[in-house]
Design a protein around this ligand. Structure first.
Ligand SMILES: [Zn+2]
Length: 152
């Protein structure tokens, strides 16, 4: 188990930088992903690599959290290829902004394309809470925090 310290704060430069694409799976990338799992599973349903101090385009997303179907996906270089026009407003929080919660509008359905840990391309459609988590986490890779979208 290696739990990484969570980067926090609206002005934290690591959280505000655009993260770099991953070029290949190396032992360092594998270790980072393992550490991210250990860190996420303490508390949380999504985690982006900059939150543990690495500006790389990797996110973990737990779909259907707190159900029997719960599954954590490793998404490397994720890209949302479809955002539904239909949006939904719901409350969000973030491990990097402790004790801050706000209602945020997000697309109700998205299609996301990414590489998994075996470097295989995956394309999945997500909706509702699952779509929200992936949109929130991919924003982290572009230096965007959900607080930026509050009240919009
Ligand atoms: Zn977050």
């Amino acid at each position: 188990m290696a739990i990484r310290e969570i980067q926090t704060g609206l002005e934290n430069p690591i959280l505000r930088k655009r993260s770099e694409e991953v070029k290949e799976i190396t032992p360092e990338i594998k270790r980072l992903i393992r550490d991210m799992y250990d860190t996420l599973h303490l508390d949380g349903i999504g985690l982006a690599s900059p939150q543990v101090g690495e500006n790389l385009r990797i996110v973990l997303v737990t779909t259907d959290p707190e159900t029997k179907k719960a599954k954590t996906h490793t998404m490397i270089n994720p890209v949302i290829t479809f955002f539904s026009e239909e949006t939904e407003i719901s409350e969000e929080g973030c491990l990097s902004l402790p004790k801050f919660f706000a209602n945020i509008s997000r697309s109700r359905e998205v299609i996301v394309q990414f590489k998994n840990e075996k470097w295989k391309t995956q394309i999945i459609k997500l909706n509702r809470l699952n779509a929200r988590i992936v949109q929130h986490e991919i924003d982290h890779l572009d230096g965007i925090l959900f607080a930026d979208k509050a009240g919009k």
